[in-house]
Each structure stands twice: as C-alpha cells, then as structure tokens.
Write a protein of this length. Structure first.
Length: 364
C-alpha cells in the first residue's frame, strides 16, 4: 500500500498527467507501484498517454528519487497526502468523474457524517452580496452544515468567514499548492481555517495559482458538497462552472435572486430560469438537506424602531448597495457634516457599513 501511495505522489508531480490518465495507468498495469520500473515501450503500447504525456512521464522518471525525498518530508511540514487508496479519502469525491488521485491536506477533511454546502460567487461582489454569503454560511453552519468554498476574494471569503463566525469548520479548496496562501490578502483567514476546518488541493506543493487550475478545483468544491449555493454571479462567471459541474455530479443547485438590471445577479437569475432552486432563506437549503430547523431563518435589514428620528430618516435613505455621502445628504436634506455624524453613529451601532471614499449602505 505504501509503495502505491509513493508512486501516486510521483505521478501527481507530473503536470501533464491528469487524474483520469493516472487512474488508467494504475488499472492497466495492475497497480501504481508497477510503474516505478516500467519501460517506455510498455507505456506507449498501452495507448493511455498522448505523446506529450509520455515524454513528460519519461522525464518525470528521472526525478523519482527527488519526488520521494519530498514525500518523506510531508509529515514534518504537517501536510497529509490522501489518495483514493486511503480510508479517509472523501467518499463524496469517489462518485464524481475524474476524481483527484491525490489530495494534499492541511488541517482536516470534511466530516463525511455531516452535510456540506458549497457557497460560491463573484470575486468582485457587492457589499450586499458579501453580507448575504456570510449570513447564509453562518446560519447554515449553526445547523452543523459544513461550508466548502475556494478561499477567493469576494463571496468565497465571506462564506468562510460566516462559518467561522458560527464557530464551525469550513474548508477551502485551492487552485495552487496548499503551502501557498492565495490570495495573500486572506493570510489571516487561511490560518484560522487550519484550526477550524482545512485547506485542500490536488496540486503539488509550490504549484502556482495558474488560470487552468481553477476550473479543475471547482469540481472538487462541488464534489465535496451535497448542494451548491451561488451568491452573486455575472452571466459568464466562473462560479457558474462550479454550478454546472455540480449539476453533472447530481448535486442540487441553489441561487440567490437579484435585480434583473444588476449585472452581478445575471448569472444567478439565469440559473433560476434554468431550474435552479431560488434561495431566499437558509431554510430552503436545510429543507433539501433534511436538516430540521425549529425556526424560520430570515435574512433582512435590522429593525430601526429603536433609532432616534434623525437616525431613522438617514437609515431610510440607505440601501444595501452603498451610496455616496453627498447623495445621502441630498436625499435627507441635511448638511454633509450633520449627515456624516449620524452615519458614524449608525455605523457604531451596527446598522451601517462604510466603504472607501465615503460610501455607506445598510447592514444585514
């Protein structure tokens, strides 16, 4: 068994060999360890590899010892190497086409006994979308639903943070090696997830975040999940690839609806038009998962009844989409200084968020 795992590690270092090719080689030659001393002619006669792949395999053979040295250092780097031969390999992944032949894991793998939902969406999301993703993830996580995403800027990061806010585990699937924090802006989040969930990748250590990796990792995001939730996505968003892969894998797809004039909602609205479930509450997803929840979980704006009259007036002029201070003061018929003072108070009370250049909006 250990020799099989060692050979899988070596094969996975060869970028040109995909999961399907590696699996086929193992089946054809009666095990992966038989490939340690295989002749080029035997590989060629099998017809499994294209010429470019065969060349890459032969070059890789020259580096077997180098790869194995790296394999031996995994434990001291606190990185686990998990293959389909191992009992801890996620059962959910074994049911998808082209399941990864190797997973590099920092932290934990998702608990197979608990439901899991992928939360994905736009990198360049709105503050409203970010708040929604965080709120959905937090409420789902409180009901012991594991949150899976890609650790990207935007919706992904907000979903991970929502799960952590609930004190739950969350899992990030990377398009690079697990020893690389990408994007670097999520360094703190990456660190939190090492102790509250896990960081997972099929790509060898030190692999950079190149564009072709991300569609590949998306099949793992959906594959590890029981359902996929899309929060804000343009018509041609990469998140729709995850939804499409999830559909092919037999997963249920949910999408948060948005205004038809909002380009960030075009992809979600299209998914709903094509048959995805409309997600207006976490209960919609919990019901599908068979998770009993005693109360209706509603995402809405905060109750403004306790606010003083001037604060209510300013709050009523706001929306979930941030507006500039000048526009708010004009609508409220207040001076900019007076309006700014009230907005600051609302922000301190948790009613309002502020972005760069004096833009303000309602908090969920």
């Amino acid at each position: 068994m250990e020799q099989e795992r060692r050979m899988l590690f070596c094969l996975n270092q060869i970028q040109q060999l995909g999961a399907v090719s590696i699996c086929s080689l193992g089946e054809y030659f009666g095990g992966y360890s038989n490939l340690f001393n295989i002749e080029e002619t035997a590989i060629r006669e099998s017809g499994i590899l294209r010429e470019a792949q065969l060349k890459a395999f032969c070059e890789g053979k020259k580096r077997w010892s180098e790869y194995l040295e790296e394999y031996e250092k995994l434990a001291e780097r606190k990185i686990r190497f998990v293959t389909p031969l191992d009992p801890e390999y996620p059962e959910r992944l074994l049911h998808i086409h082209g399941y990864p032949m190797a997973l590099y894991v920092r932290g934990k793998l998702p608990d197979p006994k608990l439901p899991a939902v992928a939360v994905v969406g736009a990198r360049g999301c709105s503050e409203y979308g970010s708040q929604l993703a965080s709120a959905f993830a937090e409420m789902l996580a409180k009901e012991r639903v594991q949150i899976i995403s890609g650790l990207a800027i935007g919706i992904d990061g907000a979903a991970h943070q929502g799960a952590l806010k609930a004190g739950a585990d969350t899992y990030g699937i990377l398009g690079c090696g697990v020893n690389i924090c990408y994007p670097s802006a999520h360094y703190k989040l990456y660190g939190q997830m090492l102790t509250h969930g896990g960081i997972i990748s099929e790509f060898p250590l030190d692999s950079g975040p190149i564009p072709m990796h991300f569609p590949m990792r998306n099949r793992i995001i959906s594959g590890l999940s029981d359902a996929v939730l899309v929060v804000e996505a343009k018509e041609k968003s990469g998140s729709l690839i995850t939804a499409e892969l999830g559909l092919e894998q037999g997963k249920e797809i949910f999408a948060v609806p948005g205004r038809i004039t909002d380009h960030l909602s075009g992809g979600c609205n299209r998914l709903i038009q094509q048959g995805a479930h409309m997600a207006i509450s976490p209960n919609d997803i919990l019901e599908y998962l068979g998770v009993k929840c005693e109360k209706r979980l509603i995402i809405h704006e905060k109750n403004a009844n306790a606010l003083a009259k001037p604060e209510k007036m300013v709050y009523a002029c706001l929306d979930f989409k941030a507006k500039h201070l000048e526009e708010i003061s004009d609508r409220c018929r207040m001076s900019i200084s007076e309006c700014m003072g009230i907005l600051l108070e609302l922000e301190l009370q948790g009613y309002v968020f502020r972005t760069a250049n004096h833009y303000y909006g309602k908090k969920i």
